[in-house]
Design a protein around this ligand. Sequence first.
Ligand SMILES: C[S@@+](CC[C@H](N)C(=O)[O-])C[C@H]1O[C@@H](n2cnc3c(N)ncnc32)[C@H](O)[C@@H]1O
Length: 290
Amino acid sequence: MTWEETILFIREQPEYKDLVALSYLGKDLKSNVERFKASKEFEETVKIIKDFAPNATSILDIGAGNGISSVSFALSGFEVTVIEPDTSVTVGCGAIEILKKDIGLSNLSIINSYGEKLPFGNGLFDIVYARQAMHHAAHLGTFINEAGRVLKPGGLLLTVRDHVIFGDEDRKEFLETHPLQKFYGGENAFTPKQYLSAIMNAGLVVKKHLKYYDSIINYFPVTASEVNNTAKLMKENFRQSMQKRFGSWVVNFPFLQLFELISRIKNGEWTDERRIPGRMNSFIALKGTL
Ligand SMILES: C[S@@+](CC[C@H](N)C(=O)[O-])C[C@H]1O[C@@H](n2cnc3c(N)ncnc32)[C@H](O)[C@@H]1O
């Protein structure tokens, strides 16, 4: 199935109702945009833009899909250009055209192309943004080089929610557990090193690498308090399993603390992103400023 066919199919399957809603892939294009624009993720995205590109007016949104971010940026007053290879009215340029017309947006241009082939001159945009798109690049290096090329000097590259893997086994687990991979087979991921090298090789300066638990942009729709609760729950589960295994004496100082420390050294922090298959990361980089 294509990506569009997959989305049309899962929209009709009750077990995918939540996934469709949480991925802003419902039939009602305007409602997808409204929910995304009101989300904590978008709120946090706007904060990053204010911090790293306070005077920005133009945004290139690469791999914009059904337009949730492009239209949200346009409604927030930015001059937005979309690059999207899919032409469909479900998950591609066609959907964004419909939104543009329905809402009456004059500050949104839609171009059917790939991130690896941007039909623009150099140094045109204040911001290049890509949401869940960079990991789909057929040529990661070219994708980032092109993003860097079209950025103005000092411009911001903001790539969000890209799948990260740490090796072959991890990649296998990610692909096996991704809920839609079995339908369309188009998922992909790179290592943090591959993303970071590609960004640096394009002459950009990485300002922040937001790992999964560093930002709600990555872990949304999970909330910050759910993240804290998960950590508490894992700690409690660990305490209980140790008690079960060794008896209640184990809770007495310093044994449990020692076991906890060993477990954290061995398995990572309670909220270690390595525990989440295909965890998403985001990157903030500037063109040519140290
Ligand atoms: C998971 S969707 C994300 C869509 C949208 N950014 C969002 O967050 O809802 C990935 C998008 O990247 C697009 N894409 C795939 N390969 C691409 C490439 N090489 N360059 C630009 N976009 C690409 C797909 O067509 C798709 O719309």
